[in-house]
Ligand binder design. Structure first.
Ligand code: ADP
Ligand code: MG
Length: 262
């Protein structure tokens, strides 16, 4: 990756003399789809600058948790605070929240009829009311940062999957989020493209971004995660450092899960 100006990330160093609230605080979150109980008493605190990797079998509620955090789904019970402020229900406050919580999905979700540069500029100009020239300069710096500055004027379909996902990361960063959520960001990629995306995520983590990452990429967890949480059947069943979790899972369910992905 080429040298580029440092990202203007929110300051995330907590001062000991002035304790800050956790960046993300989920308390007793419950979510139902009809009578299907998919999130059960989920409690999760993520400190500013912390990187949490979420693992668990398919259907355990990982995506639903992410979608609740970004208010793409409405939780049935419980509370979610982002940087000390409760998740708003709707309206302008919701737009602000969406700006605070960046999300990168498995499928890249870029606008196909807009260039890569336009994709990255869209949020800042429409939601943050940034001038076009400022948004353009920042978007180009972000594309440089994720290593695809030369693709700025291409359309998403002209990019590889790994390049599209890096464009999606740049687009999310353009909103200056306080937290980045990644939901299986590399699972739709050809194997040779996985690392170029993970490398960008590792460097974001190193710069102090608060991140919640659903992934089974253990290499990433070991390189970047402060904590791994294991979900099963809508619950957080286990939490530990990557080393603790991958080397010595405490629960039978986690051992069973790991035996299938390792
Ligand atoms: P994961 O991401 O861990 O695979 P999900 O959060 O996608 O799990 O799904 C958790 C459970 O909720 C699954 O049983 C899934 O079928 C169900 N589910 C997810 N989204 C919906 C929806 N929109 N409507 C009904 N059920 C859903
Ligand atoms: Mg999922």
């Amino acid at each position: 990756m080429s040298a580029s100006p440092p990202l203007d990330l929110p300051r995330q160093t907590a001062r000991a003399d002035r304790p800050e609230p956790p960046m993300v605080a989920v308390r007793q979150l419950n979510k139902w789809f009809g009578d299907h109980h998919v999130l059960k008493d989920v409690d999760l605190e993520v400190a500013a600058g912390e990187v949490v990797v979420v693992v668990g079998p398919s259907g355990s509620g990982k995506s639903t948790l992410c979608r609740c955090l970004n208010r793409l789904e409405v939780a049935g019970q419980g509370s979610i605070d982002i940087d000390g402020r409760p998740l708003p229900a709707e309206g302008r406050e919701l737009a602000r929240l969406r700006a605070d919580v960046g999300m990168v999905f498995q499928s890249f979700n870029l606008f196909g009829h807009r260039t890569v540069l336009e994709n990255v500029m869209l949020g800042p100009t429409k939601v943050r009311r940034m001038s076009k020239s400022e948004a353009r300069a920042e978007a180009l710096a972000l594309l440089d940062r994720v290593g695809i500055r030369d693709k700025a004027d291409n359309y998403p379909a002209e990019l590889s999957g790994g390049q599209q996902q890096r464009a999606a990361i740049a687009r999310a960063l353009a909103m200056h989020p306080k937290v980045m959520l990644f939901d299986e960001p590399t699972s739709a990629l050809d194997p040779e493209m996985v690392n170029e995306v993970l490398d960008v995520m590792v460097s974001l983590a190193a710069e102090g971004m608060t991140m919640i990452v659903v992934t089974h990429e253990m290499g990433f967890a070991r390189r970047a995660a402060d904590r791994v949480i294991f979900m099963d059947d809508g619950r957080i069943v286990e939490t530990g450092t990557p080393d603790e979790f991958f080397s010595a899972p405490r629960t039978e369910r986690a051992r069973d899960f790991l035996s299938k992905i390792l």
